[in-house]
Design a protein around this ligand. Structure first.
Ligand code: F6P
Length: 517
C-alpha cells in the first residue's frame, strides 16, 4: 500500500502553521488555567486502564489537526489492512497478524473467512501449548524452567513473568538466558539439577547465534550432568520446526511466520508465561490484549487511545522536537517493561526510509528508556527536571497494592503524582541552580490492578500506538533489517579472532583485536 508522505499532507502544513503560530510556546500552566475542562478533554478510558494526556503540550486544535493527519495518511485504512491480513510487511512479504493470536475461539465456524486457516492454526497451537503448560505445572519433578532466547523471544516472556509474579502459581523457578556472554548461562546452570530442569529454546528463526550457542551449551551441560531424556527436557518454540528437530528436539510449538519477534509474546513464545501463571492466566493476558484490539479497531479517532497516543508521539517528535521518551513504571514488578517497550518501539520505528525506500525528511522513533519509580527519581530525574533537553515522561501506576505493608503504596503513588506535577509546574527561583523551568510534559496511566488482563491491554496499547506513529511516518514497522549488518560482521570478525587475520580491517578494529588476543 503506497502512502502519501506525511510531511506533504495539508494537515502537516496546518500543524506546522499551528506550531509556528503559537503552539510551540504552549505553557501547560496557562493551558490549565484557561480551560477547566482540560483534564476531561485529554483523558481517555480504554479497556483495563485509564490515561491522562492532559499534561502534554497539545490543545484541542493540535489534536484536531493530528486526527486530520491520520485521515490523510490513511492510518485507519492501514490498520484495517493489518487486521484483514494484507501483506503490510512489504519488505518481508508478510502479513502482520499477531492480533489473531489473542482472539477468543470463534463460536461458530466461519464459512468464507479468508483468515480461517490461520485462526484454526492459532487455536490448535494455543490449545496444545496450554495443555503442555498445565502438564508441566503439575509435574513436581520439574523444579526449574529455563527460557533460552533473545530479543522478542526473551524480553516479552521475561517481563511478563516478572510483572505477573503475584499470579505465578507454578511452584517452580524461572530463569531467562539471552546473552551470548557465557557468564549468564553459566550462572544459571550452576543452580540447576539436570533431571529437574526444563529448557525452552525460543527462537522464531532457530538460527539466532546467541540462542543457538546457548542451546548447544545447555544440551552439552545436560548430557554431562546426568540428564538422559532430551525429549522430556528440551522444548522448542519456533517457526523453523525442521531446524529444531535436527537439533534433537521433539516437542515443538510453532510460531507463525506472520508474527514478528517483538510481537510474539502472544504466540508459543509465551510458553514460560503460561507455565508460570497457568492456562487461565495466559488466556486472561490474551483477553486483555484482545479487548484493546477491539478498542483500537472500533473506537472513533477522538476516543481511541492508541490513536491519540500515536499521534501525540508524532507531535512530540516532529514538531516539538523531543527525541526521547522516558518510561517510569511505579511498580517494581514492571521493571523490565522499559526494556520491552524499547525493543517494541525502536526496532519497529527506528527507520529512516518509508515503505517505498524513500528517505524521510523528519525524525522517527524516539529513544525509549527508563527505570521503575521511585528508583529513577534518585538517579536521572535531575535531568528530567532541570536538564537542557525536554524529555516527555510516561508514568504507569497501579491503584491497588497486593502486599500488606502499611504506608508504602500511598507514598509510591504520591511520588508518581508529585513528579508529574513538579515537571509541569516547575518552581521559579532567582538562583539558577534552584530554578525548575516546568512545562515539562508527561502522560499518566492508571491500572486498577496488575493482572494478566490489564498487562495484556497495556502491551497491546503500546503495540498499536507504535503502529499509529509508524503508519503516519509511512515506514514498515514490522521488519528489522538494521540488525543484519552487525550479525554479518560479528561472524566475519569471529572467524578472524580464530585465525588472527587482520587484512582489510580498519585500524581501530585491528588494534582492538590485537589487544583482545
Ligand atoms: O536481531 C533482532 C531479532 O531479529 C529480533 O527482531 C528478534 O526478536 C530477535 O532477533 C530474536 O530472533 P529469533 O526469535 O529468531 O531468535
Amino acid at each position: 500500500m503506497s502512502r502519501i508522505p506525511c510531511d506533504q499532507t495539508a494537515a502537516w502544513k496546518a500543524l506546522q502553521a499551528h506550531f509556528d503560530g503559537g503552539a510551540h510556546a504552549l505553557d501547560l500552566r496557562d493551558a490549565f488555567a484557561a480551560d477547566a475542562q482540560r483534564v476531561q478533554a485529554f483523558s481517555q478510558e480504554a479497556p483495563y486502564l485509564f490515561a491522562d494526556l492532559s499534561k502534554n503540550r497539545i490543545d484541542a486544535r493540535t489534536e484536531a489537526l493530528l486526527f486530520e493527519l491520520a485521515r490523510e495518511c490513511g492510518v485507519e485504512r492501514y490498520r484495517d489492512a493489518m487486521f484483514a491480513g494484507d501483506l503490510i510487511n512489504g519488505s518481508e512479504h508478510r502479513a502482520v497478524l499477531h492480533c489473531l493470536l489473542r482472539e477468543p475461539t470463534p463460536a461458530t465456524p466461519r464459512g468464507a473467512d479468508p483468515l480461517g486457516l490461520q485462526r484454526a492454526q492459532v487455536q490448535t497451537t494455543l490449545q496444545a501449548m496450554l495443555a503442555f503448560a498445565q502438564r508441566i505445572r503439575s509435574d513436581e519433578s520439574i523444579t526449574d524452567v529455563v527460557n533460552i532466547g533473545i530479543g522478542g523471544s526473551d524480553l516479552g516472556p521475561q517481563m511478563a513473568v516478572q510483572a505477573l509474579s503475584e499470579h505465578v502459581t507454578a511452584g517452580k523457578r524461572f530463569h531467562f538466558v539471552s546473552n551470548i556472554d557465557g557468564h549468564e548461562l553459566a550462572a544459571v546452570l550452576a543452580q540447576l539439577d539436570a533431571a529437574k530442569t526444563l529448557f525452552l529454546i525460543a527462537s522464531k528463526t532457530f538460527t539466532t547465534v546467541e540462542t543457538m550457542s546457548n542451546a548447544r551449551s545447555a544440551l552439552r551441560w545436560f548430557s554431562s550432568h546426568g540428564g538422559r531424556d532430551v525429549a522430556q527436557h528440551f522444548v522448542a518454540l519456533t517457526q523453523n520446526t525442521q531446524a529444531a528437530r535436527e537439533f534433537g528436539i521433539d516437542t515443538v510449538f510453532g510460531v507463525e511466520e506472520w508474527v514478528g519477534g517483538r510481537y510474539s509474546l502472544w504466540s508459543a513464545v509465551g510458553l514460560p508465561v503460561a507455565i508460570a501463571i497457568g492456562a487461565d492466566g495466559f488466556r486472561g493476558l490474551l483477553e486483555g490484549a484482545h479487548a484493546m484490539d477491539l478498542h483500537f479497531r472500533s473506537a472513533d479517532l477522538k476516543s481511541n487511545l492508541p490513536m491519540r497516543l500515536g499521534l501525540l508521539d508524532v507531535w512530540n517528535r516532529n514538531f516539538l522536537g523531543f527525541a526521547s521518551r522516558s518510561i517510569a513504571p511505579y511498580h517494581s514488578a514492571l521493571r523490565r517493561l522499559p526494556a520491552y517497550l524499547q525493543q517494541l518501539e525502536m526496532e519497529s520505528n527506528g527507520k529512516r526510509v518509508d515503505t517505498d525506500g524513500r528517505r524521510l525528511r523528519h525524525g522517527t522513533a524516539p529513544v525509549i528508556w527508563g527505570e521503575p519509580g521511585t528508583n529513577g527519581q534518585h538517579a536521572y530525574f535531575q535531568m528530567l527536571h532541570q536538564g537542557s533537553d525536554v524529555i516527555p515522561v510516561e508514568f504507569i501506576v497501579v491503584r491497588h497494592r497486593t502486599h500488606a505493608l502499611q504506608g508504602h503504596h500511598e507514598v509510591l503513588l504520591a511520588n508518581a503524582l508529585a513528579q508529574a506535577h513538579a515537571l509541569m509546574t516547575g518552581k521559579a527561583d532567582a538562583q539558577g541552580h534552584r530554578d525548575f523551568p516546568g512545562n515539562r510534559p508527561s502522560t499518566f496511566f492508571v491500572l486498577d490492578s496488575l493482572t494478566p488482563q490489564s498487562l495484556g491491554a497495556l502491551l497491546a496499547l503500546h503495540e498499536h500506538r507504535v503502529f499509529v506513529s509508524g503508519a503516519v511516518w509511512g515506514i514498515n514497522s514490522f521488519d528489522q533489517w538494521g540488525v543484519e549488518l552487525g550479525k554479518l560482521l560479528a561472524s566475519n570478525i569471529g572467524e578472524r579472532m580464530l585465525t588472527g587475520d587482520l587484512t582489510g580491517l580498519d585500524p581501530s578494529t585491528a588494534g582492538l583485536m590485537r589487544r583482545l588476543k
